[in-house]
Design a protein around this ligand. Structure first.
Ligand SMILES: *[C@@H]1O[C@H](CO)[C@@H](O)[C@H](O)[C@H]1NC(C)=O
Ligand SMILES: *[C@@H]1O[C@H](CO)[C@@H](O)[C@H](O)[C@H]1NC(C)=O
Ligand SMILES: *[C@@H]1O[C@H](CO)[C@@H](O)[C@H](O)[C@H]1NC(C)=O
Length: 354
């Protein structure tokens, strides 16, 4: 290792130790953050919808600021909250549907994500969530409001320098494909993945046509290790479901190769696929290295089935302290795990900032 590498490595370590993971420093490099996707990044859009996929009641949010259940599917912060903080935003981008996106906040971006949605619009329709297509429509409406205020010439720079994050896809498999005969009889898993990838490519292209130039997309997590997936598809075993993890890895490969093609086809596009699979898989298979002790059970309730409305104030046996749990409920990481994911996202997304 030469000296410069050593220097870079120690700087990197220092940043990790000081949990403000990267001194990305000025927000003016990244003027705004736009977030799309599912429950991994929804900060309360679903509160406004007639859906059962919600998390705006205790014990959700019990470790969040003021112990508030905001609609985040976690005991505390999401990975994107840590990212917004790392980028020095004064606060996380609010949910677009909440009416809090306005005034001074307006130009810092917004969160369009909706729990229960996926790449494929039918996934959202099953749960009356906001599909990715509708999230894009909301983004267009938002964009129109921004252009009215700062006019086209300045808006162009805001949207091309702002980071667009997409985190979705798990629900397409776990809450749609694997349990929905209308889909899994018609398509084999490869064909279904191809459909999702096509939806993904269209979404990126639409964002690009609207002026986005910096886009980060997360891979699928190891969906076979989600506590709910082990309960539902594990055939009584307590191990991660290999078949599901294999599907996720194959999807992730396609995500990568399609993204490479998109970068060639769309000049000036800075597109980064961020691997959350390995991060989460590492926490689950080698928990001790990061201070975790529990990987099979979510903290909420028994930790085998509870998520959304099944995880509530009446859930028995909810753990006292979620810090050593990788999962808060049976689908969603704890705040402690989200912080690990965010650190890796920030390192991987480095090229989006500079
Ligand atoms: C556009 O940006 C420039 C430089 O920051 C600023 O002086 C100007 O007032 C902005 N225009 C509008 C319409 O906001
Ligand atoms: C695809 O994967 C390769 C190898 O891991 C990586 O170098 C490349 O940056 C990835 N592509 C995108 C668009 O993230
Ligand atoms: C949970 O445990 C962590 C360390 O294991 C500790 O720092 C934290 O204060 C605990 N939280 C509560 C609410 O007891």
């Amino acid at each position: 290792m030469d000296f410069q590498m050593l220097l870079a490595a120690s700087f990197y370590l220092l940043c990790l130790i000081h949990s403000l993971p990267f001194s990305y420093a000025q927000t003016d490099r990244v003027p705004a953050l736009f977030i799309f996707g599912d429950s991994t990044v929804d900060v309360g859009n679903n509160n406004e919808l007639p859906t059962i996929i919600k998390a705006n009641f205790p014990p959700y949010g019990r470790d969040y600021i003021n112990q508030t259940p905001t609609g985040r599917f976690s005991n505390g912060k999401l990975a994107t909250d840590f990212i917004a903080k790392g980028l020095r935003f004064p606060s996380s981008q609010p949910p677009y549907l909440s009416g809090q996106v306005g005034g001074r906040n307006l130009l810092l971006g917004a969160n369009f994500a909706s729990a229960g949605s996926g790449y494929h619009d039918t996934t959202a329709q099953l749960f009356q969530a906001i599909s990715l297509t509708e999230q894009l429509e909301n983004y267009k409406e938002y964009r129109g409001r921004v252009i009215e205020i700062i006019r086209e010439e300045n808006a162009t720079s805001l949207f091309s320098r702002g980071i667009h994050l997409v985190s979705t896809g798990s629900s397409d498999f776990v809450q749609n494909y694997y349990i929905n005969p209308l889909v899994n009889i018609v398509y084999n898993v490869d064909q279904f993945s191809d459909l999702l990838i096509q939806d993904y490519a269209n979404f990126v292209e639409d964002l690009y046509q609207l002026g986005a130039r910096k886009i980060g997309v997360t891979t699928l997590p190891p969906i076979g290790c989600l506590p709910a997936a082990i309960t539902l598809f594990g055939l009584g075993s307590d191990e991660c479901v290999e078949r599901l993890n294999r599907n996720a890895m194959e999807f992730n490969q396609r995500l990568n190769s399609t993204s490479e093609q998109l970068k060639i086809r769309l000049p000036g596009l800075n597109l980064v696929v961020v691997d959350v699979y390995q991060t989460l898989y590492g926490l689950i298979t080698r928990p001790g290295e990061s201070g975790f002790t529990e990987t099979r059970h979510g903290c909420c309730g028994t930790g085998l089935v509870e998520t959304s409305i099944l995880c509530n104030a009446l859930s028995l046996d909810t753990c006292y302290n979620a810090t050593e749990y990788v999962f808060w409920d049976t689908f969603h990481p704890s705040e402690a795990a989200n912080e690990h994911i965010a650190n890796d996202l920030i390192v991987a997304g480095y090229h989006l900032v500079y």
